[in-house]
Design a protein around this ligand. Sequence first.
Ligand code: PXP
Length: 240
Amino acid sequence: MTLLGVNVDHVATLRNARGTGEPEPLQAALSARLGGADGIVCHLREDRRHINERDVRLLLETVHAGLQLELALADDIVKFALEVKPAEVMIVPERRQELTTEGGFDAIGGQAKLAAAIAAFREAGITVSVFVAPEMAQLEAAQKAGAETVELHTGPFSHARTAAEQDVELDKIETAAHRAWELGLEVHAGHGLNYGNIERLLKTVPVERVNIGHAIVSRALFTGFENAVRDMKALIAASS
Ligand code: PXP
């Protein structure tokens, strides 16, 4: 069955809006685990707009191997990750002005930097996933740089306005996933996935893992974190 990684960044977004210490991302992570989350994801951004170093350390102490740390290839962030050694990192591109990660990492243009970072992470025993657009050339470049896993960008699929548009995007994801499997890569998917589109995605492309944040955090406000995760797990179970 497809695994579920729950991204808790936006619990920190809410906390940081007031700086009072609540809500606590760690509490969300523990509740997500109780609800059946297979992993926890957090993104230490260069501008620290949500998750900070303290959060990462606390999450590492409590969810251990279940933490996937999302990061851009900024020197200080890479250095921090190599120091705290999460079991997994996910490499993403980052732009200061974006609301959230907007595009996939350019594994073609950034191949030398990517290969060097992957080598350092692997030497430290850290598994690496690279977030890429569902395009053949990107997958091939990520694999060539040493990635073991790719996360396919599902943003355009999630944000499609019509069924026809969604079909086109789903087709790209399906073709890319098959190519990634041929290349021996593990395939994850994420961005914009929600309670309304997860079944469609997984029935067509049974990826090994999906990472979901905003939709789960949003539902959790009204149902509690544990229930929000349980609801998503039920949809995943019904479709993969
Ligand atoms: N995967 C990646 C690489 C992301 O950057 C994000 C957003 O932080 C997600 C998955 C989760 O996206 P969403 O919050 O839209 O579910």
